[in-house]
Design a protein around this ligand. Structure first.
Ligand code: 13P
Length: 256
């Protein structure tokens, strides 16, 4: 199975800065087999970067997309417009859920729209601090997981990547804490068990599950060795080129 290192740039970098970063990243990356390096720039940068990127080495992800293909939806960009530009799309990120009030219904339509347009969804799920404190983590995870996948046909399941991002561990969240490997492992098991119970063990095994939340070169190795984790979704550290490269190198070593 592939290992994924995905950099979510969020609302950072101008188009020019993004292009320079991508150029430098391509120059420093050896051609790793079975390691999928993905960056998620802003919508604005996707088009020029899609012309620049060598997709054999680096893939592009959109940070979002709209579920209708076209129509009177001012300000939106559809997955049909992103088709061919992005290989992946981050969907249901906690910032979309909590800042932009996206619910599971919206997210499931986006997952389906991405798949319809040959874009692999990276479906983000994760509990907030108070849900964890009240012992609701398992329920929240199951609801977000099955809610997000509700429109996915069984034979498309392996095209969806799940990213577990405990919201309380995201670096930009006030008072963020590091998630421990044990805490992560417990939730990864819930995700894998829920997939297995719903789709059968064989289909569940084919789904890649990533972890995200304050990933850095100092914890990437520990997170990547958690059983059932197939990669990392990196926010802040992906903005610092040498840190992102360090994380990629660590992923390569863990895989070897
Ligand atoms: P940080 O790595 O900055 O905590 O961000 C995680 C994240 O939200 C990636 O999608």
């Amino acid at each position: 199975m592939k290992t994924y290192v995905v950099g979510n740039w969020k609302l950072n970098f101008t188009v020019g800065e993004a292009s320079i970063y991508l150029h430098k990243l391509s120059k420093s990356l050896p051609n790793y087999r079975n390691l999928e390096v993905v960056v998620a720039p802003s919508m604005l940068a996707l088009q020029p970067l899609s012309l620049q990127v060598d997709r054999r080495r680096i893939k592009l992800a959109a940070q979002d997309g709209f579920y209708r293909d076209y129509g009177a939806y001012t300000g939106e960009v559809s997955f049909s417009q992103l088709r061919g530009l992005a290989d992946y799309a981050i969907i249901g990120h906690s910032e979309r859920r909590y800042v932009f009030k996206e619910d599971d219904k919206t997210i499931q339509k986006k997952v389906a729209a991405a798949l319809r347009n040959k874009i692999k969804p990276i479906l983000c799920i994760g509990e907030i601090e108070s849900e964890r404190a009240f012992g609701e983590t398992a329920d929240v995870i199951k609801d977000q997981l099955l809610g997000g996948l509700a429109e996915v046909a069984d034979d498309n399941l392996s095209k969806v990547i799940i990213a577990y991002e405990p919201v309380w561990a995201i670096s930009s969240v006030k008072g963020a804490k590091l998630a421990s490997p044990d805490e992560i492992s417990e939730v990864i098991n819930i995700i894998r068990q829920t997939l297995s119970d719903t789709y059968g063990p064989e289909s569940a095994e084919k789904v890649s599950v990533l972890f995200g939340g304050s990933v850095s070169p100092s914890n990437a190795g520990a997170y990547l060795t958690i059983p059932g984790v197939n990669g990392l979704l990196v926010g802040g550290a992906s903005l610092i080129l040498h840190e992102f490269i360090d994380i990629i190198e660590i992923a390569k070593k863990v895989q070897a």
